[in-house]
Design a protein around this ligand. Structure first.
Ligand code: RTP
Ligand code: MG
Length: 148
């Protein structure tokens, strides 16, 4: 089953949005298979956002994501990578639709509440960066093929 890496960023943790965000993905029907509250070491932050190394906002981005605890999660379900990105909304909260996490709670592009993997390659890479194999839990909820 498809998996993605989602993370409540430091601004979301400070604003007490962990529960709301977990709730949205649970209610949608996805399954939480890993989660932890953690401070991101600088090296991990630079690696995670490595694709943006040459961008002018890279330093700010790393400073922000390491500024306080984040809530890192792995979610599982059919088409979870794309659907989670849709539920997050556009990168810039000013352009994000109402009903999305960033549209409902975000104010600026730098503090946009949530991160989500943007492809199956980045999902695999990011899950591997943040979680070891034994931190991911494999379980069934009910004996039903349509509850993930
Ligand atoms: P994320 O990786 O955090 O899930 O966000 P994303 O895919 O929607 O956006 P991405 O292009 O990967 O950018 C990563 C983060 O960098 C910050 N950013 N700042 N100042 C700027 O113009 C700018 N552009 C991007 C955002 O916080 C974005 O989430
Ligand atoms: Mg991204």
């Amino acid at each position: 089953m498809e998996k993605t890496f989602l993370m409540v960023k430091p601004d979301g943790v400070q604003r007490n949005l962990i529960g709301d965000i977990v709730n949205r993905f649970e209610k949608k029907g996805f399954k939480l298979v890993g989660a932890k509250l953690m401070n991101i070491p600088t090296e991990l932050a630079e690696n995670h956002y490595g694709e943006h190394k040459e961008r002018p906002f890279f330093g700010e981005l790393v400073d922000f994501i390491t500024s306080g605890p984040v809530f890192a999660m792995v979610w599982e379900g059919e088409n979870v990578i794309t659907t989670a990105r849709d539920m997050m909304g556009k990168t810039n909260p000013k352009e994000a639709a109402s009903g999305t996490v960033r549209g409902d709670y975000g104010m600026t592009v730098g503090k946009n509440i949530i991160h989500g993997s943007d492809s199956s390659e980045s999902a695999e890479r990011e899950i591997g960066l943040f979680f070891s194999e034994n931190e991911l839990v494999s379980y069934s909820k009910q004996d039903s093929s349509w509850i993930y």
